[in-house]
Write a protein that binds this ligand. Sequence first.
Ligand code: FEO
Ligand code: CA
Ligand code: CA
Ligand code: CA
Length: 673
Amino acid sequence: APAPSGAITSLAFAAVGKSLADTITVPAGYTASVLYRCGDPLVSTVAAAKNDGTDTDFDKRSGDCHDGIEYFGLNTAGTGPDASNSERGLLGMNHEYQNNLFLHASGPSANPRPAAEVDKEVAVHGLSIVEVRRSGSAISYVKDSAYNRRITAATEMLMSGPAAGDALLKTKYSIDGSRTRGTQNNCGTGTTPWGTLLTCEENWIGYFTRAATDDTARGGATARSVVSLKRYGLSAGAASRYGWETGGTADLYARWNASLIGTSTDGTDDYRNITNTFGWIVEIDPYAPASTPRKRTAMGRFAHEAAAYLTPVAGKPLAFYMGDDSRGEYIYKFVSDAAWSAADAVPADRVATGDKYLNAGKLYVAKFNADGTGQWLLLDISVAAIKNYATYAFANQADVMVNARLAADAVGATKMDRPEWSTVNPATDDIYFTLTNNTNRVLTGSSYPLVDAANPRAYNDTDGNKQKGNVNGHIIRVAEDNRDPSATSFKWDVFLFGAEADAGANINLSGLTDDQDFSSPDGMRFAKSTGLAWIETDDGAYTDTTNCMLLAAVAGSRGDGGPVTVNNTMTVTSGTTSTTSSLAVSTWMGRKPSDTTLKRFLVGPSQCEITGICETPDGKALFVNIQHPGEETATSAIADPSKYGSHWPDGGTARPRSATVVITKNDGGRIGS
Ligand code: FEO
Ligand code: CA
Ligand code: CA
Ligand code: CA
């Protein structure tokens, strides 16, 4: 694909400085307006939010913790899709989790949780579909649009693909393993070439509990289901994050308890298999408010962050790229069995089109080699390393999809520094993966593997010794051999290393200046209109100096740099003894940024994370999600607004709330120009 006509190749806006102010800062000549806040009503029959913890009816209001966001154009009459229309469209966005403290008048109650509190919390999770319209230069959301919809952690979902109907998915709610209720902890998003929304279930495991005796009930530590549950992070006796299972005896609450309780042999009288119905990419048709979301099991089960597809080529399969965001987890690719037909770009039946491309295909996991090459390793029951895996006996291909992490372990994939978003540069077909940080990657004193070429850094935070490992994260870039979606080999390099500007050349490998230094890249998205790469941060290591931020980059191509040696130095203090170790590792990195190819564009309010990002097709409006301002507020401070960590966006003594912001250029131009 060619670069877009009018691609921006040199950044002209004045970089925004680092800031700890409780506000949004954008460059001179731009305006950031709050569009859609947690609690804002989708219908006029629901009152404006008081934002004092007494609001209810969240199934008709914006949810909390806005994350991934996508724009879907509507035609002028509003009767259906027009992907090119910037005047009228739908935003589909995730509500990843909750700022629980501010959802209730005096903060959340202890276990057992009152049913009304649980019901509210379940409803603030999931997604919003909300119509937006432009009038003059202003963009606002449309109350009472027929497209407005909330999907929550209680909405019925269809299981589809190879694991649907398998014994591993049978529950009391769905004895044939075809359905489940809800989606939660939806982090990043993606779209499809046929105009639907992909939402990615990330830290879903923490919502469930298991009894202390559950390993024994399941047959002990080597029982297959116990091995699986532990690999996904749910140990026997683990408490659920919010205690939703304590809300009552009804199934609506009991389903959050994943213990083996019933007497059936197949799990159809309890929720022992419930966690297997989460951890998927879910496809939603934003244009069909009554449609049932479909969990696409062919794309594998893990802590999904995002999904991005390679530019479709007629007659070739589609490829989607996905990260598993936990320390030392993997990067995956799904390749459809079906070859792309250009007629499917505007299909008559979006659901059938999703079934066509996303229900059958091959799942691969990435192995990065030290020489800048890599392999996609097939995850299939026919692969000897999987079929003969000693740790876990896979039953069939459905089992390989449900336990994709175990299959990836079996084939020896590369353990990465927390893969967050994936995004494709449409001008080059390079695939980018943000690797946000990894506090487990230390040189000594840990059982964790040492650095490798693709995850080459381990060092101490430069100020205050706050973190160790890969403190600031990096962005890796992959090019498929021959740009082929079904290639099983690729080339890679490191696009950028996060760092504090004054950290020293050993750590600040990309030579970042004060106008462009950042830490912990998370969201990342190429803008089709301008070709710019937008990079968002979710940081813990640099927030003593600056709130989280959004940067714009002119990306270049994989291979525009060369080999480099990283000289790691790590000091580990144990008691009164400090041990300093060093380790050199060779890696491959792209060309260093200049002051016109990487600039800070936005800094957010206090204690927030900058999450989702999307644009109108004309590039003149950029939607950015601001998640969890004031997140570090102490539970005891709920009665004292002077102790809130943020009052954004409403100011004064208001409780902070997550929100979508729309950014426009005052001269009506494209964002970043
Ligand atoms: Fe929800 Fe991996 O960030
Ligand atoms: Ca994220
Ligand atoms: Ca993150
Ligand atoms: Ca720091």
